[in-house]
Design a protein around this ligand. Structure first.
Ligand code: BG6
Length: 491
């Protein structure tokens, strides 16, 4: 893992992701001295062809999206390395033009053809871009040179299209040079998950069906679809959040300890979890969807999903999913994993809640106080940390038992700034570490899981409950747990 001089080529350089996430990430990396000595960022996209104007727009975005104060000297040295030019990479001339520019920058900075191609464009372009990079000889895998490709989500629309896309990409890039983004893997507490599980005596011995009653993986959002209606109509919450982020969290939570901490050993264990997910005999019994109606989020009136821009007025797209599944192996047999995620909910909150069994001393079981179970909560965002709830006697009372908590908040410490997910991910690509990216078979098995739900829904359009924006989602999602004698712990 080395910081070797390289060029980073962004397709989609004028896009939202570049402004919000990528350039801020490079800025932070540069400030922390985590970029190679020699590098360039070559952005290409819409034809503005005015470098000064482009740099100005990036600077404005930095002001908005970097949480610390922008240091002029850091920005000046970053901007000296940013090149913008519009090339139509779908055309021969565009490819040749880009190649000339990259070759000349290689010479200028003495970089031996090491290139990271970042595809921050709509997925329908992924295949053609990769094919053209090869055809017009922008890639080099020999000697000291290397070429890597970073692919944004969504990786396909279903298993079949994901396979097609993967075929196109692997024709050109070997698997070890492909970085499939799931930005949740860049989040601090998800990286901490293995440490919490395997570097503590307290948790691992209990991490199984003997002591755990159920696990809840929750990602609530307050935002609506915004101006992504056209994309979201085809995707919905299932493809947008469950296929990738939620199943990644699940596999890190449920996997067996890897043989060692190498990328492939970790991925091998995650894959086993995805392979062990139960097949649904009746999707309706296990999966609830919903769509937001107009309502109020943080006291602000917001419109219904079906009134959003580029959304059909009788849209059947789900903005909310809650489901129950099982990991069919020795460790987890019989333990339900509940997943839920939705937009326009009352809170912005991502967490994993481990609910332990309520096997207490009989003397306390009969107690009318109705004891709470022990909960271990991995708080992913907005607060990062770990929370443990257990029972204690209420001070002063004779026998009243109350739940109390130990709460570790990692990002509450003054002056502490967790690195942004994209910062971590970009650094990983530069040093050639694939741990925080998804291997093809992970994508494959998660589509396999999601397709059975999507296929069922496409044939059964009936059950799409609505929920008011700013609420906690449809009642049906609560019923999913009530029927099992349980409840969601995030509300
Ligand atoms: C993206 C989805 O992958 O993740 C968005 O496409 C969603 O719809 C976002 O809002 C959530 O990410 P975060 O980091 O805000 O939890």
């Amino acid at each position: 893992s080395k910081l070797e001089p390289c060029q980073i080529i962004i397709f989609g350089g004028t896009g939202d992701l570049t402004h919000r996430k990528l350039i801020p990430a490079f800025y932070n990396l540069l400030e922390e001295d985590l970029l190679p000595k020699e590098f360039t960022i070559v952005a290409t996209g819409r034809c503005i062809d005015n470098r000064e104007e482009y740099l100005k727009s990036l600077y404005n975005s930095l002001q908005k999206f970097v949480s610390r104060e922008i240091k002029e000297e850091v920005w000046n040295s970053l901007k000296g390395r940013i090149y913008y030019k519009c090339f139509d990479i779908l055309e021969e001339n565009g490819c040749k033009g880009l190649k000339e520019l990259l070759d000349s920058l290689d010479n200028k900075y003495n970089i031996p053809n090491r290139r990271i191609f970042y595809l921050a464009v709509p997925p329908r372009f992924f295949g053609t871009i990769v094919t053209n990079l090869d055809r017009y000889k922008l890639l080099d895998f020999s000697g000291d040179s290397w070429s890597r490709v970073v692919i944004e989500k969504p990786f396909g629309y279903d298993l079949e299209s994901a396979c097609d896309l993967n075929k196109q990409i692997t024709k050109v890039f070997p698997e070890e040079n492909i970085y499939r983004i799931d930005h949740y893997l860049g989040k601090e507490m998800l990286q901490s998950m293995m440490v919490i599980r395997f570097a503590n005596l307290l948790f691992e011995p209990l991490w199984n069906n003997k002591y755990i009653d159920n696990i809840q993986i929750i990602s609530n959002e307050k935002v609506g679809v915004g101006d992504r209606g056209a994309y979201y109509e085809k995707s919905g919450a299932l493809r947008d959040m469950v296929q990738n982020h939620m199943l990644q969290i699940l596999s890190l939570t449920a996997m067996e300890p890897p043989a060692d901490m190498t990328t492939e050993s970790i991925r091998d264990e995650k894959i086993k979890v995805l392979k062990s997910l139960s097949k649904f005999d009746n999707v309706d019994e296990y999966v609830v969807r919903g769509q937001y109606e107009a309502g109020k989020v943080d006291k602000e009136e917001v419109i219904a999903y079906h009134d959003e821009k580029n959304v059909s007025s009788d849209s059947k797209t789900e903005t909310y999913v809650a489901l129950k599944t099982f990991v069919n192996n020795l460790r987890w047999s019989g333990v339900p994993f509940y997943i839920k995620t939705g937009k326009r909910l009352s809170t912005k909150l991502t967490e994993v809640i481990v609910e332990f069994k309520s096997d207490f001393h009989p003397a306390y079981q009969n107690n009318s106080t109705n004891l709470s179970p022990n909960l271990l909560v991995i708080k992913i965002q907005p607060e990062e940390g770990v929370y443990f709830q257990f029972n204690a006697k209420e001070p002063g009372s004779k026998e009243k038992i109350v739940p109390v908590k130990m709460d570790f908040c990692q990002n509450c410490q003054v002056g502490f700034n967790s690195p942004e997910a994209y910062e971590r991910l970009m650094h990983s690509v530069i040093i050639g570490d694939q741990t925080l990216f998804t291997r093809w078979d992970e994508v494959e098995y998660s589509w396999d899981f999601v397709d059975q739900i999507a296929d069922f829904w496409s044939e059964n359009q009936k059950n799409l409950p609505k929920y008011p924006a700013g609420s906690n989602g449809p009642k049906e999602a609560d019923d999913l747990l009530i029927e099992d004698g349980r409840k969601w712990w995030d509300v």
